[in-house]
Design a protein. Structure first.
Length: 245
């Protein structure tokens, strides 16, 4: 162990003094800097309303507005069906039905066009489809019976789920186009099962046990009237008021 000498103790004391001096200087400098910052904050002028407004305008100018996509325009009813342009015969039927059932021609057009399309695809006279619509719902696409039959052709959903489709919702048959397609398929099914239009109509109306075939006769009688309306020429329609037809 080395023994301490007087000169060594003197040097040690000087070094300790120097360390304390430097440490105190650093603390003093930090204190002065803090005091300076505090003084600037205390004497800083408060922001005015004009300053705040100017800052807000500057911020708004740098932010680009976000464009909101416009909602698609509603598709007109007449364009909901690709075959909304009726044949000449069906146009005359439209006018007849509009007068008889107090339904606007604008509302009838897509329904009658769907009847023409389904009739051509499935081999059923479109006028028979129109006659069934008239008897069943009087062209009300939202009609619903106490038995649960729905829509234009009063189809009961639980009996024809295979025709409606698995992805269709609970009220799918209130869609006129789907209802007409399914109703026409039911008529075709009746024809295949029973071989005659009269029995197929009785099957459609749920009246196979009726010996008088009242439902079928009513539909077929209306179909004959629709056929007459479809075949009338322009000259005959003009003469109708004078002749009392």
């Amino acid at each position: 162990m080395t023994q301490a000498t007087p000169s060594g103790r003197l040097l040690d004391g000087a070094a300790a003094f120097l360390v304390h001096f430097v440490h105190g200087g650093v603390v003093l400098a930090a204190f002065l800097a803090l005091a300076c910052v505090a003084t600037q904050y205390i004497h800083q002028e408060p922001l005015s309303y004009d300053d705040l407004q100017a800052a807000e305008e500057e911020t708004s100018a740098t932010v680009a507005p976000v464009a909101t996509p416009a909602a698609p325009a509603a598709e007109p009813l007449k364009q909901q069906h690709a075959a909304a342009r009726l044949t000449g015969e069906m146009t005359r039927v439209r006018d007849f039905v509009a007068r008889q059932y107090k339904v606007s021609t604008h509302t009838l057009e897509p329904m009658l066009a769907a009847a023409e399309t389904s009739g051509r695809k499935l081999g059923i006279d479109p006028l028979l489809i129109v006659a069934v619509m008239a008897i069943e719902s009087k062209f009300n696409p939202f009609a619903e019976s106490s038995m649960g039959a729905q829509g234009l052709m009063q189809v009961i959903p639980r009996f024809h789920l295979d025709k409606i489709g698995k992805g269709a919702g609970e009220g799918a048959l209130f869609d006129p186009m789907l209802n007409i397609r399914v109703g026409t398929q039911v008529l075709v099914e009746g024809m295949k099962r029973f071989g005659s239009m009269q029995t197929a109509l009785q099957y459609y109306g749920g009246a196979l046990d009726d010996p008088d075939a009242s439902y079928a006769n009513k539909v077929l009688a209306l179909k004959r009237r629709l056929t007459t309306a479809a075949e009338r020429t322009a000259a005959e329609r003009q003469q109708a008021p004078a002749s009392g037809a």
